[in-house]
Design a protein around this ligand. Structure first.
Ligand SMILES: *Cc1c(COP(=O)(O)O)cnc(C)c1O
Length: 402
């Protein structure tokens, strides 16, 4: 059977694994080993020389981790993948691979906080500069390119405002200028968006989020469309920096990944129900969700995303105090950063994920004091709505009492 014929729902269960080669073990075995013995000296020599495929040492490759890499390759329509110890290890490895001292990286206006931190280190130590720009037109992207630019690094939807970057526009401009495109696809998962298919060169995930989906692992994945280049990254940046994924984490991820399609469907279905509820709530000022007909970027969402996913941001009346009152009144919904878990999570970007961003900049990014980000989980939507409703009642009482 050819891989291309399989649907994502099947790939997450079967890709990259033959049980007959593992004593018929239906579940992918956990190869919890640091090293692998060779049959003889010549075999060891041949493996080190790259003349014979096979395992050497788990920092260079591990059979459990390899199955996960094969599945992610197929899910993202790539030619190779690397598993990392965290999403940030994937981010730092690809940026180190693509740049040298003095280069320039063009970034979308919103990027993950630690990615921003990493860019600061690269600038200070190696003179690798960057620009953060709103990528809402080809002209805007084109104008920000300098002779030193080597890659375009984007996140879409952007956290936490859910602003979209038009991936087709980014790819078009990048192709005209010979630039590589890296997309952090954490927020949508491969089930909802496949940047490599649109023409990006690399896609990465914090697998901590939807890929694992169970809130019990920190992990990262990088997928590329040039197998040789991916192997080169494995044997240079990844091997020598050592930011690898442990076999046990890969085993947990393989288990979580099996339900990615059905989880994403439920996350989305729940989010749509919560969206309708929030739209009817008088204490909600604005709502940010990609698949919302009122969203001016709805057509971009339809072009590059299969569905809206599980993240909704919204503002409530009463400013920072209103937002905090509302959060504290929730019972089922947990106050926590991270996303993509079975549990519905809420966080306050201004004082949590984006508290390090200077106020002026934060407000320009649309992250006001009353903005909340909801990672809609897998619970029954009615129970979530009842929880939100009780919290709005509390907020209402607080607001009228003042
Ligand atoms: C969480 C996250 C990361 C970082 O991933 P870790 O697994 O925490 O290292 C990067 N990008 C986005 C969009 C994230 O949400």
């Amino acid at each position: 059977m050819k891989r291309n014929n399989l649907h994502q729902d099947t790939i997450v269960i079967h890709e990259g694994y033959e049980d007959a080669q593992h004593h018929g073990s239906l579940a992918v075995p956990l190869y919890q080993t640091s090293t692998f013995s060779f049959d003889n000296a010549l075999q060891g020599e041949r493996r080190f020389a790259g003349e014979e495929a096979g395992n050497i040492y788990s920092r260079l490759g591990n059979p459990t981790v390899s199955v996960l890499e094969e599945r992610m390759t197929a899910l993202e329509n790539g030619e190779g993948a690397l598993a990392f110890g965290s999403g940030m290890a994937a981010v730092s490895s690809i940026l180190v691979h693509l740049t040298k001292a003095g280069d320039h990286i063009l970034c979308s206006r919103g990027i993950y906080g630690c990615t921003f931190g990493l860019l600061g280190i690269m600038k200070e130590k190696y003179g690798i500069t960057h620009n953060l720009i709103a990528m809402n037109s080809e002209e805007a992207i084109e104008q920000a390119i300098t002779p030193k630019t080597v890659c375009i690094y984007v996140e879409t939807p952007i956290n936490p405002t859910m602003e979209l970057v038009d991936l087709h526009a980014v790819v078009k401009v990048a192709n005209r200028h010979g630039l590589r495109v890296v997309v952090d696809n954490t927020f949508t998962s491969p089930y909802l968006q496949n940047p490599l298919t649109i023409g990006a060169d690399f896609v990465l995930h914090s697998a901590t989020k939807y890929i694992n989906g169970h809130g019990d692992v920190i992990a990262g994945i990088l997928v590329g469309k040039d197998r040789e280049e991916m192997e080169k990254i494995r044997l240079t940046v990844q091997k020598d920096f050592g930011a690898i994924m442990s076999p046990f984490d890969a085993w947990l991820l393989l288990r979580g990944l099996k339900t990615l399609p059905i989880r994403m469907e439920r996350h989305t279905a729940n989010a749509e129900k919560l969206l309708a509820y929030l739209q009817s709530q008088k204490l909600v000022e604005s709502i940010y969700y990609p698949y919302d007909m009122n969203n001016p970027q709805f057509s971009i969402a339809q072009r590059q995303m299969r569905a809206g996913g599980g993240l909704i941001s919204f503002t409530v009346q009463g400013g920072k105090q209103g937002a905090q009152t509302f959060m504290d009144a929730l019972e089922l919904i947990k106050i926590a950063v991270s996303l993509g878990d079975a549990e519905t999570l809420i966080q306050h970007p201004a004082t949590m994920t984006h508290s390090a961003v200077p106020e002026q900049e934060r407000l320009e990014m649309g992250i006001t004091d009353s903005l909340l980000r909801l990672s809609v989980g897998l619970e029954h939507a009615d129970d979530l709505i009842a929880d939100l409703d009780a919290a709005f009642t509390t907020l209402h009482q607080k607001l009228v009492a003042h």
